[in-house]
Every structure is written in C-alpha cells, then in structure tokens.
Design a protein around this ligand. Sequence first.
Ligand code: ADP
Ligand code: MG
Length: 263
Amino acid sequence: MSPAPAPAPAPARPAAAAARTIDLRKVYGSGDTTLAALDGVSVEFGRGQFTAIMGPSGCGKSTLLHCLAALDDATSGQVFIGDAELTTLNDKQLTLIRRDRIGFVFQAYNLVPTLTAMENITLPMDIAGRKPDPQWLNTVIGTLGLADRLDHKPSQLSGGQQQRVACARALTSRPDIIFADEPTGNLDSTASAEVLAFLRRSVREFGQTVVMVTHDPAAAAYADRVLFLADGRIVDEMTDPTAARVLDRMKSPAPTRGHARVS
Ligand code: ADP
Ligand code: MG
C-alpha cells in the first residue's frame, strides 16, 4: 500500500489588507435632492499593491478616497486602515492615523508656497515632532530626482517637480498607505510618466501600498489592479491592466442607472 499522500499545505493566509471598506455609503443632501455618492462599496486594498480607481466624473472616486483617508466621514458602513476601524475612532485618534499611517497626494499639489521643497517634504513630520529617518529621506529625494531643488519654493518649480515634492512629502513618514487623487491630472505626459514611475517604484522597491484615482488609461496601466466605479458602486475590476485593455473597458457600454436617490 502506498503511503498516504501528504496533506496539502494550508493555503497561505492572505496578508491583511492595508485598507478596506464594508458596505460604505456616503449620502449628500436632504429631502428631494439626496444623493448616494457611495452606494455600498466593499473593497480591499492589499499591502504592497498599486490600485487604480477609474470611473466617470461624479461617480464617487474622490468621495471614496476621502472616506478611506479619514478626510471625510461616511454616512454608514465601515472603513479600516489596517486593523483600525475609522468609524469607531475619536478626532484625536483620527488625527494620529492621518498623520502616521496615511499619505495623500492631491491633484493640485497642495504645497505651502512660503516653504522650500525640503521644508514642505518634512512639514508633516515636523508638525508631529518627529525626525525623518535621514537615510530614507535621502532615498526618497534621490529617487524623485529632487536633490538639486530642495531650496526652491514651489513657485520656482515646474508642476511635475511640485508633484514630486508632494509625493516625497507623502512618503517620508513611511505611511501604511498612500492615496493619490488624480495626481497627474495637471501634468503633461512627461511629468506624468515621472510621477507614475515613482509611485510604481515605491510599490515594487519599498513595498508601499498605493491607491490612485485617474481618468487616464495610460496612468491606470502602471497599477496592479484597476477598479471601475459607476454611480457610487464598484462595477468591475481588472488585474494586470494594460492601457489598451483599460481603454476597451471604458468604451464598452456600461449600464447607467444613475446615483441612487434616497428618499
Ligand atoms: P468624482 O471624484 O468621481 O468625480 P466625487 O466623489 O467628487 O466624484 O462626487 C460624487 C458625487 O457626489 C457627485 O455627484 C458630486 O456632485 C457629489 N458631491 C461630492 N461632494 C459633495 C458635497 N460636498 N455636497 C454635495 N454633493 C457632493
Ligand atoms: Mg474627483
């Protein structure tokens, strides 16, 4: 009799998500004009993954990012950053999570105009009374090609350079997750490619987790996964996207039922 086959190895436990939502809803307005900007979004963002979020203007992309990043409250449902459920935290705890565990990159850079590039990069950590790890700071600055721009004010930098400063600012505290809302929306294609290549590299080389909203199939192709949002819901998903496949998906007729009206 042949020996009993060895039991199959237990499947590896999936890494805990860097962030996730359960049945997230965000309702704006009241009375006849109530609108569910997010209408039951349940999604996970795995650690070390680069996710792009796409969808038509007004479909809830920024609302989702803001709820995930503790910049806005949900109406109902749950948001977790790691094991921390944001909906159960008080303002002080939320401030600490935003400061220590989340990085945010805005389309409009949001740099402080009176501060130099270097001062902008270290500002969140200065406010927190923490010293950036000098070696890490050097790595970030070198990777972003900002070493000879550190004394410049934002007005002396191109849009692409300003957005790279904003990326460095988001990364310096080594947050658990970086959210970027159309980070290349104001940039030309060369500057966009630099910022996107950096985000990609931060995932591949530094294990960073990135969630990025974009309109641009070429930008989405830098991600590991693309989520498609419509009318406040996740309607589709694609792994290992290429620009051509994303473009095809965007062209395919999607049912438009409109944001749910709540009455
Ligand atoms: P996207 O980023 O995909 O363009 P948003 O998340 O900004 O979309 O908006 C989703 C929906 O919620 C839109 O219909 C928008 O008009 C509405 N909305 C966003 N912010 C507010 C607000 N502060 N008050 C009322 N409605 C809002
Ligand atoms: Mg938006």
